[in-house]
Design a protein around this ligand. Structure first.
Ligand code: 13P
Length: 256
């Protein structure tokens, strides 16, 4: 029903040349994978070359970008538009990653603008939400996620919502080696599904893919994927190595 998705967010790692090698190595390791949607999100400078490889070699890998500006063109020095990404055959765009929110000041309102721009250009947003350690300790996790979901999805129709992927990434688990337990992760993803149901309807809630992100590794992916409301993973550090990322993608084979 909901096809599992494993997406690699390479963040600000790899030169264009290194990114090409990584995708080529990965492609060889996952060429037989059919039942998992594989996405790589390299830095902007590698999108074109990876897009060409994906097309020429007919790879079973989708292309994602890590961010986008919401205007189509204009005097916005340093920004990249949705038109430019679409032209490179980008399928997915991460919006609202916690590093964008906390380092670069992205608010829910800004995330909403980016998300609308992605949808308006026939690409699919991966909307990231998640609480900080402090918010979790203050038992504000649910309220924070609710606010992020409601405000980031403002004015998004149910038809558009069919193309939105959500990633639950607790800030305290990102790059720290601390993973949410499968139960903690599933609690949050189940809540997010209920929020989507209350904003739209139960059918949309049932088809929306909700990923978990935060220190996902080959040795914890299988137990996370066992949870009923976790439909995949958004992987940072462990996606920078072809072998470890391939193991995560082939999580169904772990323990066989
Ligand atoms: P890590 O897997 O390195 O914790 O990063 C998670 C993340 O931020 C993916 O977007």
């Amino acid at each position: 029903m909901r096809k599992p998705m494993i997406a690699g967010n390479w963040k600000m790692h790899k030169t264009a040349g290194q990114a090409v090698f990584l995708v080529q190595d990965l492609a060889g390791l996952v060429e037989r994978v059919k039942d998992v949607e594989i996405v790589v999100c390299p830095p902007y400078i590698a999108l074109k070359s990876i897009s060409t490889i994906i097309e020429m070699d007919k790879l079973n890998i989708c292309l994602g970008a890590q961010n986008v500006y919401w205007e189509e063109k204009g005097a916005f020095t340093g920004e990249i538009s949705p038109v430019m990404l679409k032209d490179l055959r980008v399928d997915y765009v991460i919006v609202g990653h916690s590093e964008r929110r906390h380092i670069f000041g992205d608010t829910n309102e800004i995330v909403n603008k980016r998300l609308k721009a992605v949808l308006a250009h026939d690409m699919k947003p991966i909307l990231c939400v998640g609480e900080t350690q402090e918010e979790r300790e203050e038992e504000k996790t649910f309220d924070i996620i609710k606010e992020q979901i409601f405000e980031s999805l403002a004015d998004i129709s149910s038809e558009e919502m069919e193309n939105v992927v959500i990633a639950y990434e607790p800030v305290w688990a990102i790059g720290t080696g601390l993973t949410a337990t499968p139960e903690q992760a599933n609690d949050a993803t189940r809540n997010i599904r209920a929020l989507v149901g209350s904003l739209y309807n139960p059918e949309i809630a049932m088809i929306t893919r909700i990923l978990y992100g935060g220190s996902v590794k080959p040795d914890n992916i299988a137990e996370l994927m066992d949870e009923p409301d976790i439909d995949g993973a958004l992987v940072g550090g462990a996606s920078l190595d072809a072998q470890s990322f391939a193991k995560i993608i082939k999580y169904q084979e772990i323990g066989e």
